[in-house]
Design a protein around this ligand. Structure first.
Ligand code: ZN
Ligand code: ZN
Length: 108
């Protein structure tokens, strides 16, 4: 189980594990959080890869899409911080971090 300090927001997506609770683990079995759950950090949907990438304080994680809008949280994983096998990873992490900083410092 990978515990990551997500923002102190409560699940608002009717996930059977987390509804109205904080979500401190993203790969908990039985989690059915949506990608738009209030607990989900800055996320990049990548339909070409049927996955989503998202920022954590320790780098980026991925989650693969299942059918019918579900996500395979149990098999979600941390990306190698050196991105040895994933050259796009470094660029995408940089762009997501830059977006998060710009948005945090702007009203809109
Ligand atoms: Zn959940
Ligand atoms: Zn949720």
């Amino acid at each position: 189980m990978n515990h990551i300090p997500l923002p102190k927001l409560l699940c608002d997506c009717r996930c059977p594990q987390h509804h109205q609770l904080p979500r401190t683990t993203v790969n908990e079995p039985g989690c059915a959080c949506t990608i738009t759950c209030a607990t989900q950090p800055m996320t990049l949907l990548v339909p070409q890869w049927r996955s989503a990438l998202f920022l954590t304080p320790h780098g980026m994680r991925f989650v693969n899409a299942l059918d019918a809008g579900q996500w395979d949280w149990a098999e979600s994983g941390q990306l190698d911080p050196g991105y040895a096998d994933f050259p796009m990873g470094q660029l995408l992490e940089h762009l997501l971090r830059a977006s998060a900083i710009a948005i945090d410092n702007s009203d809109r």
